[in-house]
Design a protein around this ligand. Structure first.
Ligand code: LMR
Length: 328
């Protein structure tokens, strides 16, 4: 099916869109939770959809469901194992029930920037992590970048003490719970689609996320300001079920994975710029961004980094050492 028809059907009735694919085409539903426009994951997913529908017409038909319109990240992996969705790219913080290895990525101040993350993910250790959930029926296909996380709240956050007693939304990761507790915050796990409303209504006082998510979902509108902490990363794993992949004809699987690898390389190289643009957009829209001087930033490091010790057993001291090499 050519892209135009696919997109039109998605816009109308997502649940029956598959019917618009040509007979004999492998239907690939890709569910994710962010916006599509100006977002590292949104752009990558749309590019993947375009290329699959152009280059694999007659063999495969991809439909992207963005903005949690099909599933929240807490449901999508179960749905994938049931065969109801074929691709997803949840953040690495959302695989807790499948593997503890990805906790490494959530440890605060583990990576100094997205280039260090990229280097580690492309190392032998990083690549092996994509296979860590095979026994649970999931195959990691590619790491997609978003970027570094920033802290926001209903009051200025300059020292970690400013976070004392505040309620913070976190992704469903015990590392992130421990991180917020380390700064005296009260963490609450919550789906991405609920964050804006929770901030607006004061169900939570603050959150951490990338510039592209803070801009894409307008969190800055319902926060006092955002502090540029770059204290952690938010990245994704494009994932499929082992059974579904095994069931594909070899030529279809190879072509799909080749396109995915090319899209990954192209879009990962642009992720940093997409976040910088989102940061500029927040400022242009009147959002307040606060910087930390070296001493202030060190106070956040000192407060959060003790969390590493608690999770060293889950992620492995050798993996931590391997990751740290990419900060040099
Ligand atoms: C979040 O829940 O904050 C993020 O994982 C959303 C996303 O997919 O970037």
């Amino acid at each position: 099916l050519l892209k135009a028809a696919c997109v039109a059907s998605v816009a109308l009735v997502p649940s029956v869109a598959a019917a618009a694919c040509d007979e004999g085409e492998v239907v690939i539903k890709f569910s994710h939770v962010t916006n599509t426009d100006k977002h590292p994951k949104g752009i990558a997913a749309t590019l993947l959809e375009q290329r699959v529908n152009d280059e694999m017409n007659g063999k495969a038909c991809m439909e992207v469901f963005a903005n949690s319109t099909l599933y929240n990240d807490d449901k999508v992996l179960e749905a994938m194992l049931q065969g109801d969705v074929q691709l997803a790219a949840p953040s690495l913080s959302k695989f807790e029930t499948f593997t503890k290895q990805f906790r490494l990525f959530d440890l605060p101040f583990m990576f100094k920037d997205i280039d260090a993350v990229d280097g580690f993910q492309n190392s032998e250790t990083g690549q092996a992590m994509k296979d860590s959930m095979q026994k649970r029926g999931l195959q990691g296909l590619a790491f997609w970048h978003n970027g570094m996380k920033q802290m926001s709240a209903s009051k200025p956050l300059l020292s970690p003490e400013d976070a004392n007693g505040l309620k913070f939304r976190v992704q469903p990761s015990d590392v992130l719970v421990a991180q917020m507790e380390a700064i005296g915050g009260s963490p609450q796990k919550m789906a991405f689609s609920e964050v804006y409303g929770a901030l607006q209504q004061g169900v939570v006082d603050g959150q951490e996320n990338t510039w592209s998510n803070i801009f894409g979902k307008k969190f800055f509108e319902v926060q006092d300001g955002i502090t540029e902490t770059n204290h952690g990363i938010l990245d994704y794993l494009v994932v499929a079920s082992v059974d579904w992949l095994d069931g594909l004809d070899a030529d279809v699987r190879d072509q799909l994975l080749t396109i995915l690898a090319e899209v990954t390389e192209t879009r990962n190289a642009e992720a940093f710029a997409a976040n910088e643009q989102a940061k500029a957009n927040i400022e242009a829209a009147g959002g307040v961004i606060r910087q930390l001087d070296a001493e202030q930033r060190q106070a956040w490091v000192d407060a959060m980094k003790p969390v590493w010790a608690k999770f060293e057993g889950d992620v492995g001291a050798d993996n931590i050492a391997a990751a740290q090499k990419f900060n040099e």
